[in-house]
Design a protein around this ligand. Sequence first.
Ligand code: GSH
Length: 205
Amino acid sequence: VKLHHCQGARSFRPLWCLEEMRLVYELELMPFPPRFAVPGYLDLNPFGTVPTFTDGDVLMTESTGICAYLVGRYGPTPLAVAPEEQDYGRYLNWLYQSDATMTFPQTIVLRYTRLEPEARRLPQAAADYTQWFFSRLKAAAKLLGDGEFVAADRFTIADIAFGYALRLAETLRLGAFPENVAGYWQRLQARDGYRRAVERETSAA
Ligand SMILES: N[C@@H](CCC(=O)N[C@@H](CS)C(=O)NCC(=O)O)C(=O)O
């Protein structure tokens, strides 16, 4: 399997999953944004975004969807929660909300504080979407409670999905996390799989 990745981008989710599962893979690290920076990239992925993941004829472009593919196709693994398990719904909810609710507002902040040229920056949009993120994070903190992981009392790809949203917020220096979320994020970063993913990303860079 092959993963196209840019440093710090959402493609870190499948990279982390590949490392947690100890699968063999090829990593292509590209400059950001690849749609402009990598000639021909749009022919591979018409969205021009990262990740792009290929497995033979399979082409995928959604970071959390790729994690779900990996645990389904290359499992069984405790990283997946099965439909028979009590926390299946909770697991799916965290999987989806981690990108749609917890990552999306941050991309607006990123764009209008850093990626756009000075003249097109929008401090008000950045401030509003930072606030949007923190009100969602407050709700997420309530759902997490004093749990060690987000679902099923074990580390799963739902933690990878949510963990990346926290990684991005930290990179963007959006502000302090609620205490239980801060402790949770520390625990995730102490994992061997997380560290291997960071090392692989760093050495590829
Ligand atoms: N929902 C997609 C979003 C993918 C996405 O928008 N990736 C960003 C990086 S985090 C990107 O490639 N942006 C560059 C662009 O839009 O050209 C996912 O979770 O993978």
